[in-house]
Design a binder for this molecule. Sequence first.
Ligand code: GLP
Length: 246
Amino acid sequence: MKIILTKDYQDMSRKAANIISAQVILKPDSVLGLATGATPVGIYRQLADWYRKGDLDFSCATTVNLDEYYGLSPEDEQSYHYFMEKHFFSKVNLRPEKHFLPDGTNPDGDAECARYEAQIDSLGGIDLQLLGLGHNGHIGFNEPSDAFAGSVHLVDLAGRTIEANKRFFPSAAAVPRQAYTMGVRTILRAKKILLAVSGEDKAQALYQTVKGAICPKVPASVLQLHPDVVVVADEAAAHKLAGGSF
Ligand code: GLP
């Protein structure tokens, strides 16, 4: 893993955006795997800014998102469809028919998982996957478990995840209890992975991800097995690490 240490959230966002930007410049028809949560908001803001200034062109790119809440429609303000539209899709020139997310409104879990996995396969896989990190070490919505889940699956959200994500909902009770998410194998098949991490509250999870045993109790630790992972972390998140390459 390559670790890039940054000063603060803004610095982290710019450096991570630089890596995505380089990917799109080098390969305009890239398939970008995208993430939600508070962490990538600054990255999307920076990319949109460079697009406005004429430095970036997303017209040939395709995007696939990691996850979506079960039961939420794209019009729902708490859905990841809505989040992506608000923070990124509406701000750049990605073509609407070329961004993909799991369909939270599909009640048939098996059918939706198979459909979304096939969708990603049909695009030829992911060139660069952006990830955030959950407090419990989750990536996408791959929660701590006894085994790594391979492909796209419907997951029961952990209590800690519901607690962490209630800030986006009127109350904890309003947070959906399930979500569709890319599995660990889906994520590891990406050619390059960019893990963005900010804040002291992520320091322990980041330490376990980078330095801990590879174990499904800390799903992000599986990233140690991927040959091309870049972690961009701010000082607060990275203070338990020594720095440099791991
Ligand atoms: C959610 C998302 C993850 C994200 C995580 C951390 O659970 N499914 O993809 O990485 O939250 O979010 P935040 O960046 O807000 O801490």
